[in-house]
Design a protein around this ligand. Structure first.
Ligand SMILES: Nc1ncnc2c1ncn2[C@@H]1O[C@H](COP(=O)(O)OP(=O)(O)O)[C@@H](O)[C@H]1O
Ligand SMILES: [Mg+2]
Length: 221
């Protein structure tokens, strides 16, 4: 069963002579519960594609169906709820809230949605991610790796159907990268989630069930 179905997707930025064809005709299906790696050169359209699947960007053309829902048929409000409940984002630059503690950052998506944390689940993911003794600290007090693990915990806490990770290991050394990617894969397996990870790292891509190559806004076959 497919959790993401993309048909004739195009996303253009700018107008006239300055038009950038970030996505230029993509057809893609992603199977539920699988780990898909998206690879491609810088500027090839990976982040744009991820932001469209996650309902952050509106396509210029084409359809995107996620978990049975055609995103173009949702209102702004419905899209916001979709993002909060269905998708866990791990952004390239973590996007933690500096004024909130690590614990507050992790629980933030639940707070936005007015739902209660599952205490057992919270303890489990913070333990697995090695954050249990850092919960009272602030993001700046943690290493890049610690901040990244916080971003991962925050993406997992709502038990989203899909985890979208944009170069989650971008700034790490080879060993840490393997650990972080392995952790994401393990979490996705444990909680039956679909993992879509953008990476530059071909070794990490090998952890995936499937590798999708993007070049100039298209899938390279
Ligand atoms: N918000 C935006 N406004 C204008 N151009 C953009 C925007 N986002 C991305 N682009 C352009 O679209 C192309 C694809 O970018 P992106 O999806 O970020 O690639 P990647 O993640 O593979 O490096 C690039 O040429 C980039 O400059
Ligand atoms: Mg990118």
């Amino acid at each position: 069963m497919d959790i993401v179905t993309i048909h004739n997707l195009k996303k253009y930025f700018g107008k006239g002579a300055c038009t950038v064809k970030a996505i230029d005709g993509i057809n893609l299906s992603i199977e539920k519960g699988k780990f898909t790696a998206i690879i491609g050169a810088s500027g090839s359209g990976k982040t744009t594609l991820m932001n469209i699947i996650g309902g952050l960007y509106e396509p210029t053309e084409g359809t995107v169906i996620v978990d049975g829902v055609n995103l173009s048929e949702l209102t702004e409000e419905e899209l916001t709820v979709f993002r909060r409940r269905k998708v866990g984002f791990i952004f390239q630059d973590y996007n933690l809230v500096p004024e909130l503690t690590i614990k507050e950052n992790i629980l933030f998506p639940l707070k936005l949605d007015d739902s209660r944390p599952d205490k057992v689940f919270f303890e489990e993911i913070t333990r697995v991610l090695g954050l249990q003794d850092k919960l009272a600290r602030y993001p700046y007090m943690l290493s890049g790796g610690g901040q990244q693990r916080t971003a991962i915990a925050r993406a997992l806490i709502t038990k989203p159907a899909i985890i979208l990770a944009d170069e989650p290991t971008g700034s790490f050394d080879a060993k840490t990268s393997q650990n972080v990617a392995g952790l994401l894969k393990m979490a996705a397996e444990a909680y039956h989630q679909t993992l879509i990870m953008i990476t530059h790292n071909l070794e990490l891509a090998q952890l995936a069930d499937r590798v999708v190559r993007i070049q100039d806004g298209r899938i390279r076959r």
